[in-house]
Design a binder for this molecule. Structure first.
Ligand SMILES: [Zn+2]
Length: 262
């Protein structure tokens, strides 16, 4: 955490010096061992708001998007995230990959995490174990082919999986800690409010890039929370920042909170 704070301080100061307000890229591997010290004469000359941003512990949040990729909405979301220098995590449905390969390549090159949301969005606890393995593997194979990456964390559809079937999962599984029910609200302002009313540093937020209203809401959430000093990271980065090594077959609501399976 200290390393990240130092990095953010250094980057913020560099940004100030250059008169640039571009958000800081959360590159957690950079500046290892760098210890930024802010001379008092610089701190004293800053606005109160900027001074607070520099001296406060940074806040992190992971936005996650399920049920894509979808050509129009996902592309617009990627454009908006790129403009804002915000990272996110996409749990994609295998069936929707053919024809949308370019969107997955964009996610990879633009610093997002790609996860597996099964091949046909089944309730995993309702199908037999062979089907569970097939649903996961089919999507994994497509993702490997398109991206060249090896491992894709799983978000079980609806967040449901039981203990027996979870043993078949060879990667960590990700639930969420903030659910604005965007698929039900289908209203940008209400989704934004539902997230902003509850979100805290370290949260994993569930959204769906399948809906235009959710894309609009997500971009406004990024704007509003960046103004409060939040940095948007992938789920994997959130675990790394918090020093938690996620375990295969375990369902996490956040790095600090394991969701019990039945
Ligand atoms: Zn879903």
């Amino acid at each position: 955490m200290r390393r990240t704070v130092s990095f953010l301080l250094a980057a913020l100061l560099a940004g100030l010096a250059a008169g640039c307000t571009r958000p800081v890229e959360p590159d957690l591997t950079a500046y290892v061992g760098g210890e930024a010290e802010i001379p008092i004469e610089i701190l004293g000359g800053l606005d109160e708001e900027v001074r607070q941003a520099l001296t406060q512990e940074p806040k992190y949040v992971a936005l996650t998007f399920d049920d894509g990729p979808r050509a129009d909405t996902t592309a617009r979301l990627l454009d908006g995230l790129l403009e804002r220098d915000a990272a996110a995590t996409f749990f994609v449905i295998g069936e929707q990959i053919p024809g949308n390969e370019d969107l997955l390549r964009r996610m990879e090159t633009e610093g997002h995490q790609i996860g597996n949301h099964t091949y046909s969005h089944v309730r995993l606890q309702k199908v037999d174990t062979d089907a569970v393995v097939e649903e996961i593997h089919k999507t994994e194979a497509l993702l490997r082919e398109v991206t060249g990456q090896e491992t894709f964390w799983l978000r079980p559809p609806y967040g449901f999986i039981d203990i027996q079937r979870a043993q078949l999962v060879k990667t960590p599984m990700i639930y969420w800690s903030v659910d604005p029910e965007d698929w039900k609200l289908l209203n940008k302002d209400r989704v934004v409010k539902a997230v902003l009313d509850t979100v805290e540093s370290g949260d994993i937020v569930l959204l769906h890039d399948f809906y235009a209203t959710s894309v609009d809401a997500a971009l406004e959430i990024v704007d509003r929370l960046q103004a409060e000093g939040y940095v948007f990271v992938t789920v994997e980065e959130l675990f790394r920042i918090q020093g938690v090594e996620p375990q295969p077959g375990t369902l996490y609501a956040s790095p600090q909170k394991i969701r019990p399976l039945q």
